[in-house]
Design a protein around this ligand. Sequence first.
Ligand code: ATP
Length: 161
Amino acid sequence: ELSDAREVALQVFNNFKMIHPDFSFVMDNDLEEKTLVKIYRNHLEQVLIILMDNAVKYSKERLEIHLSVSKNSRYVEIAVQDFGEGISQDDINKVFDRFYRVDKARSRGKGGNGLGLSIAKRLIEGYHGQLTLESVLGQGSIFRIFVPLNIEAESLPAEDK
Ligand code: ATP
Protein backbone atom coordinates (compact mmCIF):
# COMPACT_ATOMS: atom_id res chain seq x y z
CA GLU A 1 0.00 0.00 0.00
CA LEU A 2 2.76 2.43 -0.92
CA SER A 3 2.30 5.01 -3.63
CA ASP A 4 4.50 7.51 -5.42
CA ALA A 5 3.23 10.95 -4.32
CA ARG A 6 5.00 12.70 -7.17
CA GLU A 7 3.43 10.48 -9.82
CA VAL A 8 -0.08 10.76 -8.34
CA ALA A 9 0.11 14.57 -8.08
CA LEU A 10 1.40 14.92 -11.65
CA GLN A 11 -1.28 12.63 -13.02
CA VAL A 12 -4.18 14.38 -11.29
CA PHE A 13 -2.72 17.77 -12.28
CA ASN A 14 -2.52 16.78 -15.96
CA ASN A 15 -6.04 15.35 -15.95
CA PHE A 16 -7.54 18.52 -14.49
CA LYS A 17 -5.62 20.60 -17.00
CA MET A 18 -7.20 18.63 -19.83
CA ILE A 19 -10.72 18.60 -18.39
CA HIS A 20 -10.81 22.33 -17.48
CA PRO A 21 -9.15 24.31 -20.28
CA ASP A 22 -10.76 27.52 -18.97
CA PHE A 23 -8.63 27.31 -15.81
CA SER A 24 -4.95 28.00 -15.44
CA PHE A 25 -3.25 25.32 -13.38
CA VAL A 26 0.14 26.05 -11.85
CA MET A 27 2.33 23.26 -10.51
CA ASP A 28 5.11 23.85 -8.01
CA ASN A 29 6.85 20.51 -7.59
CA ASP A 30 9.82 20.17 -5.22
CA LEU A 31 10.08 16.41 -5.63
CA GLU A 32 12.74 15.49 -8.17
CA GLU A 33 12.25 11.76 -8.04
CA LYS A 34 9.83 9.01 -7.09
CA THR A 35 8.74 9.63 -3.47
CA LEU A 36 7.00 6.76 -1.71
CA VAL A 37 4.31 7.52 0.85
CA LYS A 38 2.36 5.16 3.07
CA ILE A 39 -1.06 5.27 1.47
CA TYR A 40 -2.86 3.18 -1.11
CA ARG A 41 -2.52 4.87 -4.48
CA ASN A 42 -6.25 5.07 -5.25
CA HIS A 43 -6.95 6.66 -1.89
CA LEU A 44 -4.37 9.42 -2.36
CA GLU A 45 -5.65 10.01 -5.88
CA GLN A 46 -9.27 10.14 -4.66
CA VAL A 47 -8.48 12.73 -1.97
CA LEU A 48 -6.59 14.91 -4.42
CA ILE A 49 -9.48 14.71 -6.90
CA ILE A 50 -11.95 15.81 -4.18
CA LEU A 51 -9.79 18.87 -3.36
CA MET A 52 -9.13 19.81 -7.00
CA ASP A 53 -12.78 19.32 -7.88
CA ASN A 54 -13.84 21.64 -5.04
CA ALA A 55 -11.23 24.22 -6.08
CA VAL A 56 -12.81 24.25 -9.55
CA LYS A 57 -16.41 24.29 -8.24
CA TYR A 58 -15.86 27.15 -5.79
CA SER A 59 -13.77 29.45 -8.00
CA LYS A 60 -15.43 32.51 -9.49
CA GLU A 61 -13.63 35.25 -11.43
CA ARG A 62 -10.05 34.17 -10.94
CA LEU A 63 -9.89 30.71 -12.51
CA GLU A 64 -6.49 29.74 -11.22
CA ILE A 65 -5.44 26.71 -9.17
CA HIS A 66 -2.02 26.04 -7.68
CA LEU A 67 -0.83 22.56 -6.80
CA SER A 68 2.38 22.33 -4.82
CA VAL A 69 4.23 19.23 -3.70
CA SER A 70 7.05 19.20 -1.17
CA LYS A 71 8.43 17.10 1.68
CA ASN A 72 10.16 17.30 5.02
CA SER A 73 11.89 14.50 6.90
CA ARG A 74 8.61 12.71 7.71
CA TYR A 75 5.81 13.86 5.45
CA VAL A 76 4.97 14.73 1.89
CA GLU A 77 2.76 17.80 1.66
CA ILE A 78 0.42 18.31 -1.28
CA ALA A 79 -1.28 21.72 -1.25
CA VAL A 80 -4.23 22.79 -3.39
CA GLN A 81 -4.82 26.54 -3.52
CA ASP A 82 -7.68 28.39 -5.16
CA PHE A 83 -8.62 32.06 -5.38
CA GLY A 84 -12.34 31.51 -5.20
CA GLU A 85 -15.07 32.30 -2.75
CA GLY A 86 -13.22 31.18 0.38
CA ILE A 87 -14.66 29.93 3.68
CA SER A 88 -15.37 31.99 6.82
CA GLN A 89 -13.53 31.24 10.08
CA ASP A 90 -16.85 29.96 11.52
CA ASP A 91 -17.23 27.42 8.75
CA ILE A 92 -13.63 26.24 8.53
CA ASN A 93 -14.12 23.43 11.07
CA LYS A 94 -17.61 22.53 9.86
CA VAL A 95 -16.78 21.84 6.22
CA PHE A 96 -15.21 18.52 7.27
CA ASP A 97 -18.52 17.37 8.82
CA ARG A 98 -20.66 14.95 6.85
CA PHE A 99 -23.40 16.61 4.77
CA TYR A 100 -22.29 20.14 5.72
CA ARG A 101 -22.44 22.70 2.93
CA VAL A 102 -21.60 26.34 3.65
CA ASP A 103 -24.41 28.11 1.86
CA LYS A 104 -27.19 25.76 0.89
CA ALA A 105 -28.86 28.16 -1.50
CA ARG A 106 -25.62 29.15 -3.19
CA SER A 107 -24.19 25.64 -3.42
CA ARG A 108 -27.37 23.94 -4.56
CA GLY A 109 -26.76 24.58 -8.23
CA LYS A 110 -23.25 23.14 -8.05
CA GLY A 111 -24.17 19.57 -7.20
CA GLY A 112 -22.74 17.60 -4.33
CA ASN A 113 -23.88 16.41 -0.96
CA GLY A 114 -21.31 17.82 1.40
CA LEU A 115 -19.56 14.47 1.66
CA GLY A 116 -16.30 14.90 -0.23
CA LEU A 117 -14.26 16.63 2.47
CA SER A 118 -15.45 14.37 5.30
CA ILE A 119 -14.43 11.32 3.27
CA ALA A 120 -11.10 12.92 2.35
CA LYS A 121 -10.28 13.72 5.98
CA ARG A 122 -11.19 10.25 7.26
CA LEU A 123 -9.12 8.60 4.55
CA ILE A 124 -6.02 10.67 5.21
CA GLU A 125 -6.27 10.32 9.00
CA GLY A 126 -6.68 6.57 8.55
CA TYR A 127 -3.13 6.60 7.20
CA HIS A 128 -1.84 8.74 10.09
CA GLY A 129 -1.75 11.81 7.89
CA GLN A 130 -3.47 15.18 8.18
CA LEU A 131 -5.76 17.32 6.07
CA THR A 132 -5.70 21.02 6.95
CA LEU A 133 -7.48 24.12 5.69
CA GLU A 134 -6.63 27.81 5.65
CA SER A 135 -9.10 30.16 4.05
CA VAL A 136 -10.19 33.78 3.86
CA LEU A 137 -13.76 34.52 2.86
CA GLY A 138 -13.81 36.17 -0.55
CA GLN A 139 -10.14 35.47 -1.22
CA GLY A 140 -9.65 31.73 -1.53
CA SER A 141 -8.56 28.57 0.23
CA ILE A 142 -5.55 26.33 0.72
CA PHE A 143 -6.07 22.67 1.56
CA ARG A 144 -2.95 20.72 2.57
CA ILE A 145 -2.62 16.96 2.57
CA PHE A 146 0.17 15.53 4.75
CA VAL A 147 0.97 11.85 4.23
CA PRO A 148 3.75 9.93 5.98
CA LEU A 149 6.85 9.21 3.96
CA ASN A 150 8.05 5.66 3.69
CA ILE A 151 11.33 6.33 5.48
CA GLU A 152 12.10 2.94 7.04
CA ALA A 153 13.91 1.47 4.07
CA GLU A 154 15.97 4.58 3.33
CA SER A 155 17.11 5.07 6.90
CA LEU A 156 18.44 1.53 7.24
CA PRO A 157 22.18 1.00 6.87
CA ALA A 158 23.06 -0.01 3.31
CA GLU A 159 23.90 -3.65 4.19
CA ASP A 160 20.42 -4.17 5.70
CA LYS A 161 18.51 -3.12 2.60
P1 ATP B 1 -19.52 16.61 -2.67
O1 ATP B 1 -20.26 15.72 -1.74
O2 ATP B 1 -19.79 16.34 -4.10
O3 ATP B 1 -18.03 16.67 -2.38
P2 ATP B 1 -19.62 19.31 -1.66
O4 ATP B 1 -18.60 20.03 -2.48
O5 ATP B 1 -20.80 20.12 -1.25
O6 ATP B 1 -20.14 18.04 -2.41
P3 ATP B 1 -17.56 18.88 0.36
O7 ATP B 1 -16.51 18.58 -0.64
O8 ATP B 1 -17.59 18.04 1.59
O9 ATP B 1 -19.00 18.74 -0.31
O10 ATP B 1 -17.48 20.39 0.79
C1 ATP B 1 -18.31 20.89 1.84
C2 ATP B 1 -18.58 22.37 1.66
O11 ATP B 1 -17.37 23.09 1.89
C3 ATP B 1 -19.00 22.75 0.25
O12 ATP B 1 -20.39 22.61 0.06
C4 ATP B 1 -18.57 24.21 0.17
O13 ATP B 1 -19.55 25.02 0.77
C5 ATP B 1 -17.31 24.23 1.04
N1 ATP B 1 -16.06 24.14 0.24
C6 ATP B 1 -15.34 23.03 -0.04
N2 ATP B 1 -14.23 23.29 -0.76
C7 ATP B 1 -14.25 24.64 -0.94
C8 ATP B 1 -13.37 25.56 -1.62
N3 ATP B 1 -12.26 25.15 -2.24
N4 ATP B 1 -13.71 26.88 -1.58
C9 ATP B 1 -14.83 27.31 -0.94
N5 ATP B 1 -15.69 26.50 -0.30
C10 ATP B 1 -15.42 25.18 -0.30
